[in-house]
Design a protein around this ligand. Structure first.
Ligand SMILES: Cc1cc2nc3c(=O)[nH]c(=O)nc-3n(C[C@H](O)[C@H](O)[C@H](O)COP(=O)(O)O)c2cc1C
Length: 154
């Protein structure tokens, strides 16, 4: 099974989680690659018509993990636009995580995860695991939980 970790990250928090996950998967002998979503120019919470410099192709993976920051109480627009342009996620095993700065439940983590779920399901993909990582003092424990959880399901 080939696993693709497809990440959008502006300040490397989300990317660093992807790297830790990749290390763990590699220790376990899993075939795993990280690919980054790179939009063209600056992207703001209200951005529309986002174009991409780098657009990872999901076709070559059997399983996918999408990682994104929370922006403006929801999914970062670049990840939303990326997911929306994927033609199909039929027969893919999918997990997703988001990173965020604010500790409260109403500050976008669950909404961002729900957006990822909705878009993936509309493309025929099934989401089998999700996690929200708040970027505070307790993040290492949460990242450890995420890695343990995802390494069981993949
Ligand atoms: C434009 C912008 C909007 C943000 N909005 C939120 C938000 O609504 N809720 C939240 O918890 N964190 C918010 N954050 C914080 C980021 O989600 C957090 O720092 C995240 O870990 C950044 O991930 P990255 O380093 O992979 O880009 C925002 C950050 C930026 C730059």
């Amino acid at each position: 099974m080939k696993i693709g970790i497809v990440v959008y990250s502006q300040t490397e928090h989300t990317y660093s989680v992807a790297q830790k996950l990749q290390e763990k998967f590699q220790e376990e002998g899993k075939e795993v690659e990280i690919e980054r979503i790179v939009p063209e120019g600056e992207v703001h919470p209200g951005s529309k018509d986002i174009k991409f410099e780098t657009l990872p192709d999901v076709e070559k993976y059997d399983a996918l993990i999408f990682g994104s920051p929370v922006h403006a109480f929801s999914l970062a627009p670049a990840m939303k636009a990326y997911l929306e342009q994927i033609p199909s996620l039929q027969n893919k095993k999918i997990a997703a995580f988001v990173t965020k700065g604010l500790p409260f439940n109403w500050t976008g983590g669950n909404k961002a995860i729900d957006k990822i779920k909705d878009i993936c399901q509309s493309k025929g993909g099934s989401i089998i695991g999700t996690e929200v990582v708040v970027w505070n003092k307790s993040r290492d424990k949460k990242i450890g939980d995420l890695i343990r959880k995802f390494s069981v399901i993949f």
